[in-house]
Design a protein around this ligand. Sequence first.
Ligand code: PMP
Length: 404
Amino acid sequence: MYNIQKIRADFPILSREVYGKPLVYLDNAATTQKPRCVVEAITDEYYSVNANVHRGVHFLSQQATELHEASRETVRKFINAGSTNEIVFTRGTTESINLLASTFGEAIMSPGDEVIVSVMEHHSNIVPWQLLAERKNIKLKVIPMNDRGELLLDEYEKLFTDRTKIVSVVHVSNVLGTVNPIKEMIATAHAHGVPFLVDAAQSIPHMAVDVQDLDADFLVFSGHKVYGPTGVGVLYGKEEWLNKLPPYQGGGEMIQHVSFERTTYNELPFKFEAGTPDYIGTTGLAKALDYVSAIGMDKIAAYEHELTEYATQRLKTIPGMRIFGEAAEKGSVISFLVDDIHHFDMGTLLDRLGIAVRTGHHCAQPLMQRLGIEGTVRASFGLYNTREEVDVLVAGIERVSKMF
Ligand code: PMP
């Protein structure tokens, strides 16, 4: 049983109004709303535990450390990693990819080496590699897609050379909703002896993700997109890989011993966690993962799939509707344009009806270029959205269309 009314009641913000209209929040790919239990876990820790973690001898510090490390275990279990040594806390997906591009680039790549990404990457999985390309003269190769928004796997296979050092691809596109066949793509990379980074920012909130089943070498995601707080995220890396990489930032926490002559680094995962971690944020993230786990990731996936199907069918009845991304495997994201109504105008007018959607290039300008457009309107669903909200969206779009 998926008790949608009970779930909605867990999210206080969903009962507010904007412009005197009930809020219809359909911008979940940008960030998700927070259930009461997450906010309360954060507040409780500030009120009753707060102390800096690790090495503290006093009671509060030890309790805060226990909470922080228990959160790491919660993340490990959630993605089925083999060890908490493989769970590095970061500020989010973007920082996780920058950490990896920087350290992997430093340790493993030489001028002339190649990275494979796809045409549907978020800027955060393009620009860090371009920065590395500038520093180290490495090359980016791009997997193309068909007009439905599916990656061309034959072309992917052809991109491998003896200079390919890593593949970095998004699991679920934040624009097209395409669920890439990431397990198969990882197997292809491994057949060429190449490790694989999965950008799971848009999959972790919507489906069960098992890093061992996928055999992912690295996997990254953000807390705020999975009903957790902002400013905290995860880099998963296989221990054998993380051990090969140098530290990212220097400072406290990441060292074993410091002298002016020679400094040695801490063990995993602390080697990559310089400075005071967001130990309150990790508590919030763990609470959010417990929350979605209690509902059940498979149930969430099934509910959202059904809702997205319903929305797609309803949207298609609108004259002039163009949907971008019609992959066979699709997540709960729908990008569209109606006639020649500018995406920004559509978004602004829908907002006045209480409907929150995103407009623009969605941090995927190369993908926009491939689609031959400047931007789209994007409705993205979360575990608390309903068919009634889809109906409000459809009625809203019809109303805006008539105005033009
Ligand atoms: N990758 C994808 C696929 C995303 O959708 C996003 C967020 N829109 C990011 C990376 C970046 O995430 P963050 O801004 O939380 O670092």
